[in-house]
Design a protein around this ligand. Structure first.
Ligand code: GLC
Length: 787
């Protein structure tokens, strides 16, 4: 759990980074769910309000994942010597000591240089749509110091893609009104849709920068701050006595403040700064917001509110297993990552850029959050539910500003909605949600239940040449986008997933007395099971798909991609075959795709582009879906191992996927899951992580542990208990909220078994069977004896 660059704090609630020179910027998200700032361990990063494409605030660097050259930086200049450094250490790079701490929604940086120590605190608090900075300097040099302190941020307001495409033109539309504490800026060019449109209008929101101490000088002109041929490491503007006033008119927008201070030995100085958003729908008057943020007390109140907010949201589930690395991840970082995914989906990270999360992603993100906050999950599911068409197709990305795209070419999306909604209903029993009516994109409205049914029905009706659902331009494997492009290719995984989803919705359909329809779905699922077993079994694993020309994908005898992971994993999760076959599937996955860091998505990687498979074969061998160790697919497989009662294997794989157990060449953050690390076919890069933070892995690792390893899974009638653990786990505990009650579980495993339950005591009463009834009190104690 300790890397060359940092370690978790004792309580796991912070990750402490002890060098500014990490192999990649290691970032955090600072957010209240609306305003979102990405913040690296040295303060790099960008920010936006709800939507990273349409409501940009701080600008993003071109190669942010590598060089981190955009962000929120604090420069210090010694007025005696003229020497300049940054309290963040980078971008100037001079320092004597450094430590950064990423916590839940905040980042602290502590550094010192030349006898001046600096403390920076960045966070975003509930109720204030702004990033709040606190800058504090201490004079430890033993002599009087005359210093200038400068804060710097660069802006890209509104439609970020316009800015990135044409900085000069975009800049023409900035409107900046400076005041004594900072400025307010608007942007007069904004489109309510993608790309250029004649329907331009002023951006409905505006941003502000304000400070608790009047700066001696404020510059909003980025070019004046930097000067030609200069960079963040040596800006020209801070060489003079005062920052240049600028006056470049329509030039690019920066917010640079200067405070000239004298610091006696042993004395400290501090200032707070806020960069934030007046949004059109806010009930607060801009002047009030800004006036409040000119008082230091606001920042301390906000800090308290921030910490209370996240503690409350993260509290409902806690585990204590014999493995401290699992505990830290489950109790702190995995939960934090769940919320980040939940609010901001797949697009704004240092790696991800433009796209919005597909319905599949949003639904899995909601699935992850359900045990922690079913109320929040419901808000998202309701929003996602507005992205359907009448015929059951789902739109492209589910963004937060109501933009609606045409039907997505990815065929599996609606089924994920069923997965998440059924899970939400098991958690809450809120069956009224099924009858809630939500608008359809192509006019009219339908209930949540109808949306699920039309989504399933589309799939149930489809029959390709083998009788399987069509793969179209891609399923979970987005990048396998040519397998069924001509309308004949079929997805074996999708057939398995459909069977699973039918099993998930069946109890609800019975409750709704929708028996005839359910019977037809179950008949179709039975038929699919037969086809999969009869026509898709390759001796030791299942075929992944059939291409448009009828040739199978993922079979022995192919040189590359002869085995794909998901059609093995989901065969198990959906219970497609007899246990012997399913165990053989799991063994084959480990044998052909096992690595010390998890499982690859397929093996071996493709080395040549194959137009009958698509984009996936064009990725470099061993990278991304093309043979990388794909965390999301690996996390499904943890579930599959547990489903088969293979506790040792499930825990072993869980541990391998943990970022804190990766090798030193992992490079990216060791405290959150990444989408993948390079696979064995990537040669020396094997193990190198990429595409951090925004991955369905967060949801599935969390649920794999709570529902399948510790094994407490909600059903409509109560909680099903089925622990599947490593035999060395002699005792473990979990706290879990369910239907408004807090359950405290203790598990005893005296004989060291992998699975099996001998007795369950609910509040000291022996329970018959393994299903705990719905709660009767606010608190319940459960003792489970395995054996
Ligand atoms: C990414 C996408 C997800 C997709 C997966 C595999 O994680 O966000 O939607 O299923 O890659 O292609």
């Amino acid at each position: 759990m300790t890397s060359n660059h940092g370690q978790f704090s004792k309580d796991g609630r912070e990750y402490i980074i002890n060098t500014p020179n990490t192999p990649r910027p290691w970032i955090n998200y600072l957010t209240n769910g609306d305003y979102c700032a990405l913040c690296s361990h040295v303060g790099g990063g960008f920010s936006f309000f709800r939507d990273h494409r349409f409501n940009g605030v701080l600008k993003r660097g071109l190669q942010q994942s590598q060089d981190d050259l955009a962000g929120r930086f604090v420069y210090v200049k010694d007025e005696e010597t003229g020497e300049v450094w940054t309290a963040n250490v980078h971008p100037v790079g001079k320092f004597d000591t450094f430590e950064a701490r990423h916590g839940i929604g905040y980042t602290l940086i502590k550094s010192s240089y030349n006898g001046i120590s600096a403390d920076l605190r960045y966070f975003v608090s509930p109720g204030i749509d702004a990033e709040l900075w606190t800058i504090r300097l201490d004079n430890r040099s033993g002599k009087l110091r005359r210093l200038s302190v400068y804060s710097l941020a660069e802006f890209s307001l509104g439609n970020v893609s316009l800015y990135e495409g044409d900085v000069n033109f975009h800049g023409l539309f900035n409107e900046v009104k400076a005041n004594e504490h900072g400025f307010v800026a608007g942007h007069m060019l904004w489109f309510p849709e993608y790309g250029w449109s004649e329907d331009s209008r002023p951006w409905a929101h505006s941003v502000f920068l304000t400070t608790t101490q009047k700066p001696d000088r404020i510059t909003t002109d980025r070019i004046a701050f930097f000067g030609p041929f200069r960079s963040l490491a040596n800006p020209k503007g801070i060489e003079g006595e005062y920052l240049p006033k600028g006056g470049g008119g329509c030039t690019e927008l920066a917010g640079a403040c200067q405070w000239r201070i004298q610091l006696a030995p042993g004395k400290s100085w501090s200032v707070n700064e806020a960069i934030g958003m007046f949004h059109a729908s806010s009930s607060q008057e801009p002047q009030q917001v800004v006036a409040k943020l000119q008082s230091a007390a606001t920042y301390e109140d906000a800090w308290k509110a921030h910490n209370e907010h996240w503690t409350r949201l993260m509290d409902p589930v806690e585990v204590e297993t014999p493995d401290p690395a699992i505990n830290i991840m489950m109790n702190v970082w995995n939960k934090w990552q769940l919320f980040v995914n939940f609010y901001f989906g797949r697009a704004p990270s240092y790696f991800h850029k433009g796209q919005y999360p597909a319905m599949r992603d949003c639904c899995q993100d909601a699935f992850g959050v359900i045990p922690l906050s079913p109320e929040l999950a419901k808000v998202n599911l309701r929003r996602v539910g507005t992205f359907f068409f009448r015929d059951g197709q789902a739109a492209g990305g589910c963004n937060r500003i109501g933009l609606k795209e045409g039907p997505s070419v990815k065929v599996d999306l609606p089924l994920w909605f069923v997965l998440a909604v059924t899970d939400y209903l098991r958690e809450t029993g809120d069956t009224d949600f099924l009858d809630e009516s939500l608008p359809l994109i192509d006019g009219g409205a339908s209930t949540v239940y109808e949306k699920m049914i039309t989504g399933i029905e589309r799939m149930v009706r489809q029959r390709g040449p083998h009788g399987l659902p069509l793969m179209g331009k891609g399923d979970w494997n987005d990048a396998a986008n040519a397998v069924g492009v001509k309308g004949r290719g079929e997805s074996v995984w999708l057939a398995q997933f459909l069977c699973y989803v039918i099993g998930e919705i069946a109890p609800l359909m019975r409750r709704k007395n929708d028996h005839a329809r359910l019977a037809s779905y179950e008949e179709r699922a039975g038929e699919l099971r037969k086809i999969i077993n009869a026509q898709c079994w390759d001796g030791e694993w299942f075929v992944r798909a059939f291409r448009d020309d009828g040739r199978p994908l993922g079979v022995k005898g192919e040189k590359e991609g002869y085995i794909w992971i998901n059609s093995q994993t989901w065969a198990v999760i959906a219970g497609i075959a007899d246990p012997e076959r399913l165990n053989t599937c799991l063994d084959s996955v480990e044998k052909h795709m096992g690595t010390p860091y998890g499982l690859t998505n397929l093996a071996p990687a493709y080395t040549k582009y194959d137009s009958t498979i698509g984009l996936i074969t064009g990725f470099r061998a061993g990278w991304k879906e093309n043979g990388a160790v794909f965390s999301h697919a690996s996390s499904f497989n943890v579930v599959a191992r547990a489903v088969m009662g293979r506790g040792r294997d499930a825990v072993d794989l869980f541990r391998r996927i943990l970022p804190s157990n990766k090798a030193d060449n992992y490079l990216v953050e060791p405290y959150i899951y990444s989408q993948f690390c390079a696979g064995p076919d990537a040669g020396a890069a094997h193990g190198q992580g990429a595409y951090h933070w925004l991955t369905g892995t967060a949801a599935w690792m969390f649920r794999a542990m709570t529902d399948y390893i510790i094994g407490v899974r909600p059903e409509l009638q109560g909680l099903r208990i089925r622990p599947v653990v490593d035999p060395s786990w002699k005792s473990f505990t979990m706290k879990r909220l369910f239907s408004g009650s807090t359950y405290r579980f203790t598990f005893e495993n005296p004989d060291g078994v992998e699975t099996g339950v001998r007795q369950i005591y609910l509040d000291d009463q022996l329970v018959d069977g393994t299903l705990l009834p719905l709660p009767t009190h606010k608190q319940h104690q459960v003792r489970v004896v395995m054996g």
